[in-house]
Design a protein around this ligand. Sequence first.
Ligand SMILES: *Cc1c(COP(=O)(O)O)cnc(C)c1O
Length: 354
Amino acid sequence: MYRPWTSEAIRKIESDFHRSADTHLVRLDFPVFPDIQLYLKDESTHPTGSLKHRLARSLFLFGLCNGWINQDTTIIEASSGSTAISEAYFARMLGLPFIAVMPRSTSSAKICQIETYGGQCHFVDNSSQVYTEAQQLAKLHNGHYMDQFTFAERATDWRGNNNIAETIYQQMQAETYPVPSWLVVGAGTGGTSATLGRYIRYRNFNSYLCVVDPENSVFYDYYHQRDLSLTGKTGSAIEGIGRPRVEPSFMPDVVDRMIRVPDAASFAAMRFLEKISGRKYGASSGTNLYGTFQLAADMHRAGQKGSIVTLACDAGERYSDTYYNKAWLSAKGYNIQPYLDQLQRFYDTGQWES
Ligand SMILES: *Cc1c(COP(=O)(O)O)cnc(C)c1O
């Protein structure tokens, strides 16, 4: 049977992929331990500004190939913002209406970008309400709830097909330590950590996977207790990572270590990352850097040499009113100075004092 709309939709998504270049793997300046090298996979340079460009592409292809999306489908998503931006972009490409269900606290720059792509924003007061609200809206509009938190881990081709893990290992090939000792990521859907962890096993790499988790997220406790019913009352302050429930796409058994990172430490590390990379990234990239420094300190203490790869998930411009705004930080009661001092001391002397 010939399906002209579906085949054209898939062709459009594939063309977007062919127009795009790979994202850079940047070597971070880290002189204090010459035998430990740090790398940042800069996912902010995708056309829609974050690693969610990969996920949105995969979710649309998955929905199209499953027969869930056709020319009359309204697309609905529950999101903390980044996924909704990328999905709004693909929905517009296919000429489909798009509604994002998001916490009211979502940064205004993200809301603006969703609307620029023709998407509609629908707000809830608490981030734990996004799921049922999205389900209800899908029913009301006879639409399709993309459900990134369920499908992220399976919509991505974990064995390769240029997924984020495959490209990291390819880009590391000519480095002094081409197989990273550690990969460090946060978990929102958990899809990225699932892809990395599976790929490490599939290709039999001698790498460990560390997931960094912010305050008000249940992933850290779930990892240690394996209690699926854990819930949190407040949403994560770090947009993109940390969830108030155990998301189905989070795969704990491929994770080798979890590190809990205080929110103020993430904000401080985000600023410190700007200092050493020359670029502004979002707070989840700060969470990643904070965990990466801790692992570098551990490796040094154990006399190990090697490399650590982490991600810059999105750019800082989305957060100029919030994370990069000193008045916002103090109004929320965050004191980032002790963490800035800790990071600077580590960078200068190699001493990690917690
Ligand atoms: C989604 C997201 C992450 C985490 O990625 P997952 O694959 O969903 O776990 C990290 N940072 C930002 C900014 C994100 O939007």
